[in-house]
Design a protein around this ligand. Structure first.
Ligand code: KG4
Length: 340
């Protein structure tokens, strides 16, 4: 008999549900919250309220699109953390209630594990192209920047990570500073395509090993723009595209520098990226170019699986379910979840 897994994701500001049949994606529904737009960032209280409104229609729609009745479900995979506690609470509580009423097991998933396994989302009518283990994943999002060695679907080693800001935060904070809005990544990505990446130079951090740091570049950009604006108040408006292109190139140089080193040290040539920042077109192009040069096999998740989505949570849950993992009903969500 086929296994049907329902995935539920509610860690930040996207309410999402997905259904898998024996590991193949049947549906993936995402309700993005618009209420945060005017606030320049996600407002936790508004996010959890919006999740409450969205969760029932989103799950119903995912089941309807998949053509699956609730009684046919085998297990429920849900994001336990990391994320906003109030948001996580909605998805976790919903998973518990459904698990109780249908008398089926729940499997908790670390949100980051979902991003790391995003390349394993199988879709009907699409060829399967998945990394072999062990592979390296450059995990880049609004909350994390890590190089992870993935030994198997459930066994990870963090080789390096940021010691301060995440790279997504650098995109978001600098975009706000430049008056470009939130979230910053997509705006900077779009403007960077129109600018000269070699026009301005920002200092790169000198951090030992495979760790990252992104807080200094933010300050470097801030001081640079402030000084230039003192000389010419229209500097920002005139140079927006070049600033974005140069800033983005610096971030990509930093990310790729350590990734190349990790690949050399581990001799691993299967390389993937995941997380919201993996949607960045400059980063994707550079990864492919470096891969060609260095004989890597690179894997880029489809855009719809780079940002928060339940398909990747369902896939991670499917791996865990098959490994025999079950989560008790007294589980609580956690805003910080270090262990995969
Ligand atoms: O993984 P994600 O959706 O949420 C978590 O942080 O868990 O990542 C969100 C981050 C934000 O910082 C956003 O600015 C960034 O991903 N992002 C991008 C792009 N699209 C989203 N950063 C750079 N370029 C993009 N195209």
């Amino acid at each position: 008999m086929a296994d049907f897994i329902l995935g539920i994701e509610s860690s930040c500001d996207d309410t999402s549900a997905a259904v898998l049949r024996d590991g193949v994606l049947l549906s993936n529904v995402i309700a993005s919250q618009q209420v945060h737009k005017d606030f320049g960032g996600v407002v936790p209280e508004l996010a959890s309220r919006a999740h409450e409104q969205n969760i029932v229609p989103v799950v119903s729609e995912a089941l309807r699109k998949a053509g699956v009745q609730p009684e046919e479900l085998t297990a429920i995979a849900f994001t336990r953390g990391p994320g906003l506690l109030g948001s996580l609470l909605v998805g976790t509580s919903f998973a518990k209630a459904l698990s109780l009423s249908l008398d089926i097991p729940m499997v908790m998933v670390n949100h980051l594990q979902g991003h790391i396994l995003a390349n394993f989302v199988r879709q009907p009518d699409k060829p399967v192209d998945e990394p072999e283990f062990p592979y390296l994943c450059l995990l880049v999002s609004g909350g994390n920047s890590q190089i992870v060695k993935v030994n198997s679907p459930l066994d990870y080693e963090i080789l390096g990570q940021t010691i301060d800001d995440a790279v997504g935060e650098a995109f978001d904070k600098c975009s706000k500073m430049l008056g470009l809005g939130y979230p910053g990544g997509p705006v900077i990505d779009r403007l960077a395509k129109l600018g000269n990446p070699d026009r301005f130079h920002f200092a790169k951090p000198n951090i030992p090993g495979l760790d990252y740091s992104f807080s200094g570049i933010k300050t470097s950009l801030l001081y640079f723009v402030r000084d230039e604006m003192a000389k010419d108040p229209s500097f920002l408006e005139k140079n927006k595209e070049d600033l974005c292109a140069s800033f983005q190139k610096t971030l990509i140089d930093i990310l790729m520098g350590k990734l190349i080193r990790a690949a050399k040290e581990t001799r691993i040539r299967q390389i993937t990226i995941g997380g919201g920042v993996s949607a960045n077109s400059g980063l994707r192009e550079r990864l492919v170019a470096e891969g060609r040069k260095r004989g890597w096999k690179t894997f880029l998740p489809e855009f719809k699986f780079t940002t928060d989505n339940a398909a990747m949570i369902a896939v991670a849950g499917w791996f865990r379910y098959r490994a025999g993992e079950r989560t008790p009903l007294d589980v609580a969500p956690v805003s910080r979840l270090a262990d995969y």
